[in-house]
Design a protein around this ligand. Sequence first.
Ligand SMILES: *[C@@H]1O[C@H](CO)[C@@H](O)[C@H](O)[C@H]1NC(C)=O
Ligand SMILES: *[C@@H]1O[C@H](CO)[C@@H](O)[C@H](O)[C@H]1NC(C)=O
Ligand SMILES: *[C@@H]1O[C@H](CO)[C@@H](O)[C@H](O)[C@H]1NC(C)=O
Ligand SMILES: *[C@@H]1O[C@H](CO)[C@@H](O)[C@H](O)[C@H]1NC(C)=O
Ligand SMILES: *[C@@H]1O[C@H](CO)[C@@H](O)[C@H](O)[C@H]1NC(C)=O
Ligand SMILES: *[C@@H]1O[C@H](CO)[C@@H](O)[C@H](O)[C@H]1NC(C)=O
Ligand SMILES: *[C@@H]1O[C@H](CO)[C@@H](O)[C@H](O)[C@H]1NC(C)=O
Ligand SMILES: *[C@@H]1O[C@H](CO)[C@@H](O)[C@H](O)[C@H]1NC(C)=O
Length: 668
Amino acid sequence: MAGMGFVSLAVTVVGLGLCSSLGSGQNYFLDDTAGLGRVFDGIGGLSGGGATSRLLVSYAEPHRSRILDFLFKPNFGASLQILKVEIGGDAQTTDGTEASHMHYENDENYFRGYEWWLMKEAKKRNPNITLIGLPWAFPGWVGRGKNWPYDFPDITAAYVVNWILGAKQYHDLDIQYIGIWNERNFDIKYIKLLRYTLDKSGLEGVGIIASDNLWEPITLFVLLDPELSRAVNVIGAHYPGTHTVTEALKTGKKLWSSEDYSTFNSDTGGGCWARILNQNYVNGFMTATISWNLVASYYEDLPFGRDGLMTAEEPWSGNYVVESPIWITAHTTQFTQPGWTYLQTVGHLTQGGSYVALTDGKGNLTVVIETMTHDHSVCIRPPLPPFNLTSQNATFQLKGSFVSIKELQVWRSQFNFKTKKPSLFEKLPPLKLVNGSFTLHLDEDEVYTLTTITTGQKGSYPDPPPSARFPKVYKDNFDVRTPPFSEAPLFADQTGVFEYYNNLTDPGPHVFTLRQVLTQRPITWVADADQTISVIGDYQWQNLTVTCDVYMENVKSGGVFIAARVDKGGQSIRTAKGVFFWVFADGKYKVSNDLAGQTVLAEGLSGTKAYDWNTLSLTVKGQFASGQLNGVTLWKSAVVLNPKTGWAALGTQSFELAQFDNFSVLSE
Ligand SMILES: *[C@@H]1O[C@H](CO)[C@@H](O)[C@H](O)[C@H]1NC(C)=O
Ligand SMILES: *[C@@H]1O[C@H](CO)[C@@H](O)[C@H](O)[C@H]1NC(C)=O
Ligand SMILES: *[C@@H]1O[C@H](CO)[C@@H](O)[C@H](O)[C@H]1NC(C)=O
Ligand SMILES: *[C@@H]1O[C@H](CO)[C@@H](O)[C@H](O)[C@H]1NC(C)=O
Ligand SMILES: *[C@@H]1O[C@H](CO)[C@@H](O)[C@H](O)[C@H]1NC(C)=O
Ligand SMILES: *[C@@H]1O[C@H](CO)[C@@H](O)[C@H](O)[C@H]1NC(C)=O
Ligand SMILES: *[C@@H]1O[C@H](CO)[C@@H](O)[C@H](O)[C@H]1NC(C)=O
Ligand SMILES: *[C@@H]1O[C@H](CO)[C@@H](O)[C@H](O)[C@H]1NC(C)=O
């Protein structure tokens, strides 16, 4: 942390007209004479872990492309340098499930879900973007029925390598890095076998990141085991709080914050992100930082609502919000490239805040300074230890290769928390340097970029349509299958996977349906329900009628439901409450107050059986619910005290095949 602790009465020209006369302050040096620091690998976003981009695909154009531009287009918005995606494993991974490329052992399909599409859209905008894949969960067959992916490491490695090969074969996507098992145990034998399988498959260039958890114990094992050390390219830690451990530095590996941020994307979230992006290098020598998540494109009432760099959670209205983290990202990404190198002269400012500097090695220099205060930069994971920060004058003295730089472009963000009106990523007049020196008056809660790069731009589009609630009347007969994402628009699977299905031998009308396709419990990441369930709609829905045609394919013990007022998703899905109307293949029906089916409100005979289409209709109004089967009232006046509101849903009693058609909601 050179550059600190040198006090002087600086005699320099003060830039920007921020200080009218010369003032006292601290001196900092930006110098490559003694060599450079670590190579910069980029700033990125994470789609997945899980289903965090679920609603994005359903945006109409031009809004969808505009959102993608704010994320990926160089010199426009966040201009992300890394895109990390979940390798769907069919299980709940925070905000939903993502479909696997191999639901069953003899099944391979590289067109499911939206991550392929997202990677291609990112690549279209920035051909240099670094792509990373990481599993959170695995289909059940990978563990041969056990909730553990390492008993048959050859099967797991082949499964993961298939995904990388499929990315290339079907989408011409080169995956550059692959992870182990998100925030779960690693297995040394598996990591070595994964390296071997990659090499054997012509994927020598794909780097392994381990272990997407804490710094330890992976660094210790890498230090002790030369073969493991050869297999691992990057030590990736999650939520490192800007710090690393000595052992991680000793490995000589690249150190990344491979998942970070996870904070509500208000301006305070932007402050958190600004502090992380600088201090992950200043304090922890981390050369890449990846935001969980990329874009908040999931129902806000699911866990961690709006923890993305921007918000795009209303495809029905087209409304999206370019939040402050987008512009904070731009402060670094628009003026650097992966492959640039940090200067050794980075550090903390004496009155609080930090600065980093990077160079392309050809004379270009980018300096990023942040002065985020404690209250305005609190990240959720981990919270921030208290610190003091006051306004200050900082003089930067350029040395070495940079001594002859005459002018720097200036970009500034000011959060102005007192007035609530931030000014984000504003271009100021260029700063003339005299004798390689400049002084800035730094207030609290500011971010500055000073750079020789002249291509920065604050991209903009006309305002998106205004925000609106989910439509009160919603219908889907699953016949319109473009775009061809496996799930139907706006359904958010919370356990199980619901895909478009076509039964071409069906004479009609149920040729095109939605089908729950899992037949086995996956290797889970959190506590998935024992039932499958997909939610849709407005969490504030109270009085409504849900109608759907249902078809059981499990003769012995099949069961399906439609539901209203479903109050939970994500890792709490097992304890979801609501009003659930079930019919079973054994000719019975049930109404329960919970997904687990334990609080029974009504039950009796329905005459339903497998391989038979039936129309279920559920009406909930105030404290009462009633249900119809094929247009005839089957039960009524069931008393529902709680929950008061929630999503509509459909699902199955177990991991079993079942189909749904003509879904509709009519809400008050
Ligand atoms: C910064 O410099 C300006 C101009 O000389 C001076 O008025 C101000 O007091 C200085 N601020 C600090 C915190 O030193
Ligand atoms: C991609 O990388 C090359 C080589 O570093 C660079 O010349 C080019 O400008 C980059 N393109 C974009 C869009 O960043
Ligand atoms: C800086 O980068 C630009 C491309 O962005 C290049 O044209 C220029 O030669 C580089 N070097 C300097 C000293 O500006
Ligand atoms: C912040 O400043 C106050 C007053 O100078 C001091 O008492 C306190 O210890 C400081 N806190 C930190 C975390 O430095
Ligand atoms: C710049 O540096 C030269 C040589 O050190 C010195 O003579 C001159 O006074 C300096 N100019 C300013 C404005 O500080
Ligand atoms: C497909 O349709 C045929 C004819 O209606 C039916 O017999 C068969 O069970 C259906 N298969 C599935 C999987 O839905
Ligand atoms: C159900 O949807 C099918 C198309 O999937 C349509 O042909 C049929 O008319 C619909 N039935 C009802 C009752 O709306
Ligand atoms: C739902 O219906 C009940 C009973 O009619 C009524 O009291 C309540 O205000 C309605 N809620 C909404 C949101 O319309």
